[in-house]
Ligand binder design. Structure first.
Ligand code: MN
Length: 438
């Protein structure tokens, strides 16, 4: 069976045209990666971004200065191996179905590379600190040696991120459409999980329900390892065990997103396992939700990322003072970083092919302004340690995070994950109907 996620190859052609324009007379080398063990292979994001090709052991070389600028090195067809590992496009397929100008057997890469570098000004290759770097450097040296005594030294090597990272940051219309699909199906899945949980269920059972919802709605993959944290497990930021039983009265924090078209959603919802918030839970939750909505409203072109970051700190610190967990002024608590006891992480990150996507947050030390087409998460949270003797007992062990995915539009923002309920009333109503039915 042929494996082809992307029916529309025009999108990739357009991306390569843009990369060519930036490369000018330089050459870019991108690796898809190797299969490892029994893990399902996912080709490297930069490679897929430029090609739409998903096989392991493939290399893309982009050389706009040449008559065949889009070169692919791939595994040749091999019926015996294909019985084990599935269909290969091979040298013909990568031209016919993926638009390569020329294709080679992957095993010839290092012998071909010095020839391909002819007249190149620079090489774009992301150094990995692996054996591969050495092979690449050797091939470049081999090319430079053919120039004779021209006084020319090694070609400079630049990180591919310098071009691709910035391109990936601004989503095309097609990418927005794909990302919307990931976000909508993930949000619907969160909602559906809310309707199916009950106190006593193990986190593992909830993860199984979540996967069923993701995949039955057309997810291609889990976008990142899901966090399913009941009760005080929610106060562990990178909780990954997902294997504790929940108790009546616990909150449940679910941080999970599905991927389609190599673009992932990233959603967090927190809600009571038994369908009804306690007063203390509602108190903390409502504060986080209020802050989250205010921060989302700030998102628009021209505002800087650090403005949102700072607003998040100030607003959450104020809530912590109002609720009585911190003493003194907002300014003091920010200066001493006292707030990090309850809010230790950042307000969000860029989102795309990688859950923490590429793109610079500041340029030459200046926080960058948001632009239309960027997608970012807004995910404030408050986490009260289980053993925190400085707060009333009813608050201890409460962990709340609320996270949505926001597209920056020309005039403001578009929340791509609205289908996952987050208002207290909506959650309680939804869960009471569901739990009554069960
Ligand atoms: Mn996130």
């Amino acid at each position: 069976m042929k494996n082809k996620t992307f029916k529309n190859t025009d999108e990739f052609k357009q991306r390569r045209e843009k990369i060519f324009a930036k490369l000018k007379n330089s050459v870019m080398i991108l690796f898809s990666g190797e299969e490892s063990g029994w893990e399902r292979f996912r080709a490297a994001s930069p490679f897929v971004y430029a090609t739409g090709f998903e096989e392991p052991d493939a290399i893309c070389v982009l050389a706009p200065g040449q008559s065949e600028p889009y070169k692919m090195f791939v595994r040749p067809r091999d019926p015996a191996k294909e019985i084990w590992d599935g269909y290969r496009y091979g040298l013909d397929g990568v031209k016919k179905d993926f638009g390569a100008d020329v294709s080679y057997d992957i095993k010839d890469f290092y012998t071909e590379l010095p020839k391909i570098l002819k007249d190149a000004d620079a090489v774009y290759y992301s150094l990995e600190g692996t054996e591969r770097d050495l092979h690449i450097i050797r091939a470049i040296k081999e090319y430079v040696a053919t120039l004779g005594r021209t006084g020319r030294g090694m070609l400079p090597i630049f990180d591919c991120k310098e071009i691709l990272g910035e391109m990936r940051l601004i989503k095309s219309a097609q990418e927005v459409q794909w990302l919307r699909q990931s976000c909508e199906l993930s949000a619907q899945s969160h909602k559906s999980v809310m309707e199916q949980v009950w106190s006593g269920m193990n986190e593992k059972d909830i993860q199984a329900i979540l996967f069923k919802e993701f995949f039955s709605r057309g997810a291609h993959r889990e976008g990142y390892f899901s966090i399913i944290a009941g009760g005080a497990n929610a106060t562990i930021l990178h909780y990954r065990d997902n294997n504790s039983p929940t108790k009546d009265g616990d909150l449940l924090l679910v941080d999970a997103g599905a991927e389609t078209h190599y673009l992932t959603a990233d959603i967090t919802r927190t809600y009571p396992m038994n369908g009804k918030f306690t007063e203390a839970q509602k108190d903390v939750y409502s504060r986080v939700l209020r802050v989250q909505k205010e921060l989302i409203a700030m998102v628009r072109p021209g505002i800087s990322y650090s403005d949102i970051q700072e607003a998040a700190r100030a607003k959450l610190t104020k809530e912590l003072i109002d609720i009585g967990f911190l003493k003194g002024s907002v300014e003091e608590n920010i200066k001493t970083k006292a707030f990090t006891k309850y809010y230790p992480h950042n307000i969000g990150h860029f989102l795309g092919m990688d859950v923490h996507d590429t793109g610079l947050y500041s340029i030459n030390g200046v926080s960058r302004k948001l632009e239309a087409g960027m997608v970012l998460t807004i995910e404030p949270g408050l986490y009260i340690p289980e053993d925190d003797q400085t707060v009333p007992e009813k608050y201890r062990g409460i962990g709340v995070r609320i996270e949505d995915d926001i597209l920056v539009t020309p005039t403001g923002q578009d929340v791509l994950t609205v289908s996952a309920p987050k208002e207290v009333d909506d959650i309680e109503r939804l869960m009471s109907i569901a739990q009554r039915r069960a």
